[in-house]
Design a protein around this ligand. Sequence first.
Ligand code: NDP
Length: 270
Amino acid sequence: MNEVFPWREAPKADFAVIGYPIHHSLSPKMHAAAFEAAGLSASYVATEVPPGEVGSALDHLRSLGYRGVNVTVPHKEDAFRWCESTTDVSTRLRVCNTIDLERRHGTSTDGQGFAASLADIELDGKQAVVLGAGGSTRSILEALLKDGWHVSLWNRTKSKAEALILDFGFDVTLLDEPNLLGANLIVNTTSASLSGERLPLDWDEVLTPADALAYDLAYGAGLTTFLKDAQSWGIQTMDGRKMLMEQGAAAFEFWWGLPAPREAMLAALQ
Ligand code: NDP
């Protein structure tokens, strides 16, 4: 667990992650390891920012001399609105998870992190099923479509998935049920794993389990229910740690203009 500072009591430091809640974020540990491995003298803290206070909190951290922040649930859209300029991907998706405070310049590294985490994985086909339609889903859909995947999307509340497709013009198939027939990749972007809830999936619809990958964006101690179920059907699994490391590495490079020490960052998450 991190030492967490309410944003009004933030200490003098260089970088912060803001979110609500923020106790369980692994970003302070990961970035501290990165700074040390790169020989950089900088500090990184966890700052709690309740909903509705993002703009004031970012102004405050900027006035204290913070150089940059990472932004996590549920603030990525508010952070986007605070920025004066954003990178192309951030502008397209209307979210920011990384900000250069001095320049009020933001980006979104989640999609890049997700794509990089899959770079070494070889699967038999390019059929993906994405579960969920929350804040992270837009980055995942964009990354998969850019990489040539055929994507089907299911969300518990269908209207939200529908709105996501319309809002961003994603070329994906909207599912009424979470149908896994023929899927090579199943990406869980729901937060069901955080509460240990089981999604209504028929894993036996995955025809070639050994050539399929179940990917849960969630990370933490032990396997999530989603990944445990997939494993019991002989399906390969991956949790969100590598994506977390890769999105953090992209944030590090955005701030410093130096190659990120990825091994040290991943080691800090084990
Ligand atoms: P949001 O709160 O924005 O979205 C939550 C989604 O989960 C909604 O689509 C919601 O459906 C769905 N959901 C919640 N509970 C259930 C349930 N019991 N059954 C079915 N669907 C459910 O979350 P985010 O997109 O921000 O984050 C999702 C997950 O991704 C979290 O676990 C988060 O930690 C992880 N994450 C990991 C990252 C990484 O780097 N590894 C980066 C970003 C996120 P509905 O619309 O019906 O409410």
